[in-house]
Design a protein around this ligand. Structure first.
Ligand code: MLT
Length: 409
């Protein structure tokens, strides 16, 4: 009999967005005439930038010619893309990140989920609460999280509460942890960590020999100048932090799939006998074994955003969604709801009315207004009593949704 990995059985219910999709499907089947507006999962709706389309068409043509055909690409990603990322996202902002420290992937979700494999099972993890569920779920699957307690928390996980009282900014715990997942701009709260907050984390990581796993998938949505786009803007971060970035939200690649991880050359973990091992080498070993690279066509498409024209097109896309974010914030306020986020992020985090539960409010929005949101409780215990709306819908749907809330709310 093939025995299963019983850690999977410790996961409560379905993956958050799969559960939402299931409920919405049922509601639609029961109410075929309902014109449902989906502002739940953060999936983009606008077309890819033209520069990406052109580059992908031209790459496809290369593959159709025996002279320029390519098979397996480098597992770490093509140099043309890694060089461009290093130049445009880091060097031009005065940061030192070399192309050799960048690993291209088929999206940040896989990277954030897989990175834990290069760390020992007894590493202690800390996660912001609420936060993107992939960090916790993948550690549960691996067997690192312990057991689920009655309070909805896993026994071996340190939860870092992010509440309105601390401006949704997690602070280091009293205890020592080895791996810290931070996400800024945060999914789901849409709030950010400033340089001072990040410096506290970098200092904590140095003092405790910990590694920060910094998810900056939404960095392109930061509008305020003083908010760091990268953790490497903080002095000393190269010694303690791995950074995750994505083209999904920056350039509309949620379906096209492309992301990357930065692992600085000097960032090490230790063996049980105290020997220091570069994490970059372990990740390279992992990727070369388990991954055969992101499609050439996709990497050419991603590289196309690193040109003057590409940057203008990406900015237009980001501006479009951020205008939606403003429409949502204004609409929710007009409907008497308290909101957070949506200034440096495409997510708006709202307090449920009359303190009703996240799932109750999810059901109310769906039933009364035919709007899909994401219940805050799905992102962690501190998300209870909140709900997330995404700005990634079309303008028309966003306006209609707010109109439904304001006029009949
Ligand atoms: C979300 O809605 O939180 C995101 O779409 C999830 C993701 O990027 O995987």
């Amino acid at each position: 009999m093939a025995r299963i990995n019983e850690n999977y059985l410790k996961l409560p219910g379905n993956y958050l967005f799969a559960e939402i999709a299931k409920r919405v499907k049922k509601f639609q089947a029961d109410n075929p005439n309902a014109k449902i507006i989906r502002l739940g999962i953060g999936d983009v709706t606008q077309p890819l930038p033209q520069v990406c389309i052109d580059a992908m068409i031209s790459a496809a043509k290369e593959l159709g010619n025996v002279e320029t055909f390519r098979g397996y690409g480098p597992e770490q990603g093509y140099e043309f893309l890694r060089e461009k990322i290093a130049e445009w996202n880091y060097k031009r902002r005065g940061l030192k990140v070399d192309a050799e420290e960048i690993f291209i992937s088929d999206g940040s979700k896989c990277d954030c989920g897989n990175i834990q494999e290069i760390f020992r099972l007894d590493c202690k993890i800390a996660i912001a609460d609420p936060v993107y569920p992939v960090y916790l779920d993948t550690n549960v699957m691996a067997g690192r999280a312990g057991d689920l307690n009655a309070d909805g928390k896993f026994s071996r996980v340190t939860y870092l509460p992010c509440t309105a009282a601390n401006n949704f900014s997690p602070t280091p715990p009293e205890n020592k942890v080895d791996l810290i997942y931070l996400c800024s701009p945060n999914n789901p709260t849409g709030t950010t960590l400033d340089k001072a907050a990040l410096k506290i984390w970098v200092d904590y990581a140095k003092k405790n020999d910990a590694v920060i796993l910094y998810d900056a998938a939404y960095a392109a949505y930061i509008t305020e100048e003083n908010i760091p786009r990268s953790i490497y803007e903080v002095e000393g971060a190269r010694d303690v932090a791995i950074e995750f970035r994505s083209f999904s939200k920056t350039a509309g690649f949620t379906g096209t799939r492309c992301g990357y991880v930065v692992i600085p050359e000097n960032l090490c973990g230790t063996t049980s006998d105290g020997k220091k091992i570069p994490l970059k080498n372990l990740w390279l070993r992992r990727q070369t074994t388990k991954f055969n690279g992101t499609a050439y066509i996709v990497q050419r498409g991603a590289a196309a955003i690193y040109s003057d024209e590409g940057q203008v097109q990406v900015k237009t896309l980001v501006d479009y969604y951020m205008t939606n974010a403003k429409i949502i914030r204004d609409g929710l306020s007009a409907a008497g709801l308290k909101t957070f986020g949506g200034i440096n992020a495409p997510y708006i985090w709202l307090k449920t009315p009359e303190n009703i539960s996240s799932w109750e409010f999810f059901d109310r929005l769906l039933k009364n207004f035919h709007i899909v949101g994401t219940p805050g409780a799905g992102f962690g215990p501190c998300g209870e009593g909140y709900l997330r709306l995404t700005a990634f819908g079309s303008r028309e749907n966003t306006l209609t949704a707010m109109n439904r809330l304001v006029t009949s709310g």
